[in-house]
Design a protein around this ligand. Structure first.
Ligand code: NAP
Length: 281
């Protein structure tokens, strides 16, 4: 068996062409240019790169962006006040607060201060709750991008056993809820889970989101499984060890070029959706 490669880079590129046309149509119809506000707090170089990639993606599809860079010593109150300004700004239709923020900041309070209509990165508690209940809300960008990728490649989810490794608020938990809403049977694993290998061995679909290079071993994964790796570490290594998998699993996301491009694509798609819904944009 040769694994189907779930090519997020190619899919994101073709979806950007559609988005570019949709942005033009929106503006031709009298809408203002959709603008994504990006907030970066502190000096972390990886975070700066991720924000720049999101700004570049906006530019490629004809959307605007507003970059707000705040010093590492920013307080929760200062960040909340900036978010409040952006919530009220009629020119801004989406707000991205780059995770993680420096540790003195209450990140959850700041995420939750983003008004639901502009929560295009899907980070608020309200948005998570609505999405989990199957109600309308922007999904957390990484799991939303993964769902788009799985749908594009017609990966069956209903009745399948999905094992999600990781339970973070922006990735593991919303991923599990989205798979459950798609009628998968979902197991969530985390750092206190006993016998990870045995649980992974039962999985038809595995989502690796643990933030540790190759923590999930190829030998644990059964033949014919669908393998989604959200991790990215130096040297193009993911959270899942891939040795030999390409010859025995059904489908596989490459690292890089799998989940990462789809995350950005979900963010900019949801920004356009927000512009279409917000009368002010
Ligand atoms: P995170 O907040 O650090 O969460 C990691 C999760 O993994 C936690 O739930 C943790 O469990 C669990 N975990 C850690 N060690 C474990 C172990 N030994 N066994 C089982 N579970 C373990 O990370 P995150 O933000 O969700 O990100 C996860 C990965 O996705 C990272 O590699 C990150 O770089 C990547 N990511 C990629 C994108 C993208 O666009 N491609 C976006 C976001 C994140 P506890 O809850 O018990 O601590």
């Amino acid at each position: 068996m040769s694994a189907l490669i779930l090519d997020g880079k190619a899919l994101a590129k073709s979806r950007e062409q559609q988005l570019q046309a949709a942005v033009k149509k929106f503006q031709d119809g009298g809408g203002l240019q959709p603008v994504l506000a990006t907030i970066l707090v502190g000096d972390d170089p990886s975070s700066a790169t991720y924000v720049q990639m999101k700004i570049n993606a906006c530019a490629r599809v004809g959307m605007g962006s507003r970059f707000i860079r705040l010093p590492a010593a920013t307080t929760t109150q200062e960040l909340l006040s900036k978010i409040d300004q952006l919530n009220k700004d009629p020119d801004v239709c989406g707000i991205l607060l780059q995770h993680p923020v420096p540790e003195q900041i209450d990140e959850r309070a700041c995420f939750d201060a983003i008004t639901i209509e502009k929560d295009v990165d899907g980070v608020t508690t309200q948005g998570f709750g609505q999405m989990s209940m199957g109600e309308q809300a922007f999904g957390s960008a990484t799991p939303a991008g993964i769902m788009t990728l799985l749908k594009h490649y017609d990966i069956p989810l209903s009745g399948k056993h999905a094992v999600v490794l990781g339970r973070s608020p922006i990735l593991g938990k919303p991923m599990a809820a989205m798979l459950l809403n798609a009628n998968a049977t979902v197991t969530i694993c985390h750092s206190r889970t006993n016998n990870l290998a045995a649980l992974v061995a039962q999985a038809d679909i595995i989502v690796g989101a643990v933030g540790k290079p190759e923590l999930i071993k190829a030998a644990w994964i059964k033949d014919g499984a669908v393998v989604v790796d959200a991790g990215y570490h130096a040297g193009g290594i993911g959270d899942i060890e891939k040795a030999g998998l390409e010859n025995r699993v059904a489908a596989l996301t490459p690292v890089p070029g799998g989940v990462g491009p789809m995350t950005i694509n979900a963010l900019i798609s949801q920004t356009l959706e927000s512009a279409e819904k917000l009368e002010t944009c």
